[in-house]
Every structure is written in structure tokens, then in C-alpha cells.
Ligand binder design. Sequence first.
Ligand SMILES: O=P(O)(O)O[C@H]1O[C@H](CO)[C@@H](O)[C@H]1O
Ligand SMILES: [Mn+2]
Ligand SMILES: [Mn+2]
Length: 389
Amino acid sequence: MNRVILFVLDSVGIGALPDSEKFGDIGVNTLGNIAKSTDDFKIPNLRKLGIGNIDGVDYIEAAPSPIGAYGRSLEASNGKDTTTGHWEIAGLYIEQPFKTYPDGFPKYIIDEFEAKTGRKVLCNKPASGTVVLDELGEEHMKTGNPIVYTSADSVFQIAAHEDVIPLDELYRMCQIARDMLMGDDQVARVIARPFIGEPGNFQRTSNRRDYSIKPFQKTVLDYAKEAGLKVKAVGKIVDIYDGEGITDDVHTKDNMDGVDQTLNYMKADFEGILFTNLVDFDAKFGHRRDVAGYRNAIEEVDARLPELMGAMKANDLMIILADHGNDPAYKGTDHTREYIPLLIFGEQVKAGTNIGTRKTFADVAATVSDILGISSTPYGTSFKNEILK
Ligand SMILES: O=P(O)(O)O[C@H]1O[C@H](CO)[C@@H](O)[C@H]1O
Ligand SMILES: [Mn+2]
Ligand SMILES: [Mn+2]
């Protein structure tokens, strides 16, 4: 096999981890609560692959003979954010959680940011990115002051209207914050959150950009690139690794564009890794606690799986997975600590293999290394021999 496609459905968790209570999450289940919200959940393709056959997924009818291999994984790292999830998928273990700012950023950070950007800051507290626009968007438009907010994640987010602070200036401000927020004041990500529209009708745009810290160790992506293979990234993947180990990348407008760009990269003949993140599940529906919207988004992507499966070449292996949960039926607006699904598909895959419950997402990286014949990180156990014919 010479090409692995990692297809991340951002935040599509499948049930609470044994330690979810420590993360404030009791009885959470992103996919489960969506499935239970309707008696007509249309995910025929995920079902055929075996999503209902995964251990613990008793809320979706199992397929009599699934066409994929399937399993689930615990998150070993101490966190439930996107960076932690993706870095673990790529073979790392994050013991020390990234620093969060539940009371907003200390005054000396805000002072320095204001001095360096020449603009005063609005907000400076944890907030939902859409609610904060309703609260402060108008004032931002009047004053030109950016809205700086955080969340339960390690993030410094800057929201600004595209007509008030032009995109290139917003991106420059993010870079200023990125350079400041290292070391003791580290955040995992600085995020540009541009929006358009009028008071009462603001919309965030796809010009969002994530400025991540670099992975602190080599990932499977670095090993693939060093071996001369391609590592093509779709959506915010390139940002999550700060470009490390990526050879080509494309940002996306939305989930459907993410599928299109994945198909586009699949057409080319290359060896290595194709790594996609579909973020709408999380950003548009999970954090918004929109069960019906989340359900539609899953059905929409499910309907496009036959195209992706049809575009696969003989030497391709696809793994559909997630990076954490974001149960739209749970209280609050934060991610939820959950198992992720692993659905594995390809001509060379032994259909119907149950790979059980993996102890770390890094098993994915170990498997990718094994399949591509490249170095692996110190974490994870390959399941290659279990899934290939
Ligand atoms: O509420 P919005 O702006 O969507 O922010 C959410 O998105 C951030 C990054 O994924 C999370 O930390 C959460 O705060
Ligand atoms: Mn995520
Ligand atoms: Mn999120």
C-alpha cells in the first residue's frame, strides 16, 4: 500500500470515555445523542462501513456484513481539543494540557497586545464566538477595537469585521499574538475569526485562520515528508501542525468543499498521506449545540462517501475518524471527552474486522508508518496486520 487517506470528521465522537467526568463530561455522546434525536437518521454509507458494529455503538443498527474494518479509540492525552486530538493521531502523546485562560488573559498580555497592534481590546473572557458577536459586534464596528476571546480550549481568538479590520491586518494581529503567546504564556492556537454583515445579522466567514504552536516532536507527517513522500492537507490540517511535515495544502470553505478538495487530491497519483479535516460539524453545529444542524451535516457527508470510496485506487487505504467529541445535546458549548470511531476501508482491507478499543489515537500514526514503511513515533501500536488481507 502506498497511500493513506485520513479523513477527520471534526468532533464526531461516539460516546463518553471512562475518564470523561474528569473533564466535566457526564453521559456525553455526540453521535449517540444525534442518532437518538430522530428515528430517521440517514447514514447508510457509514453503516455499511460498520459504524453500528463498533463496540459500544448500540444506538445505530449494526450492518450484517460491513465492508470496512472498524473499531474505536480512547484518547490517551490529557485534553479534548483539536490540537491534542490531531497531534495524537499523528503519533504524539500530550501529557501536560495546554494552558487555558478561564478568567481571560492577564492585563500585561492585553497591554502588550494593544501597544503592538495600536487597537484596544473588547471582551477578553471565555465566550461563544457567535454569541460574542451579538454582544459586541456593533461596538466593534463603531470603535474598530477587535474582540478578543478564549474558551475552554487553549485559544486566543480575535474576531473582527472584514470591513472594519481588513483581513491582512487581522492576520498580522494574529501573528503578533502568536509571537507573544509562547513559553509561560503559551496558547495552543491563535485564531483569526473574521465576520461580515450587520448588527443582528453577522456571519463568520471561511477566512478563519489558525496559528498553532509547532508539534514538540516529530510526527508521522514529518517522517513521511523526510522519506520523500507527499503529505497533502485539506482544510485546517496545515494550521494544526503549523505546516510541519506538510508538502501541499488547501484550505476549504465548508464540509462539501472539503470533500471536493479531497477528491481532487485523490485524482493525482502520489504516494504518502492525504489528510483532511471537515470542521463544520464542530464549528457550525457542535459548539452551537445545534442537534438538527449537526445531524444534517453528518447525513450530507455520508451521502458523499460513495464518491470518495469510488475514487480510491488499489493501493489506497482510508481511515475515517474524529479528533474529540462535541455533543450538541450536552450543556455548555465546549468539546466533550469521547471515544473516536475508526472506520477503515480499501481493496486490501479484510472486511468485517473488529480492531476493538485502541488505547491511543497514536495507533493510527503507528499503522500509517507501518503501511508506508517509514519511521514511527514512540507512541501507538500498529493495527496493519489485523486489517490487511
Ligand atoms: O465559539 P467559537 O468561536 O466557534 O470557538 C470554538 O472554536 C474554537 C477553536 O476550535 C474552540 O476553542 C471554541 O472556542
Ligand atoms: Mn476539532
Ligand atoms: Mn472546536
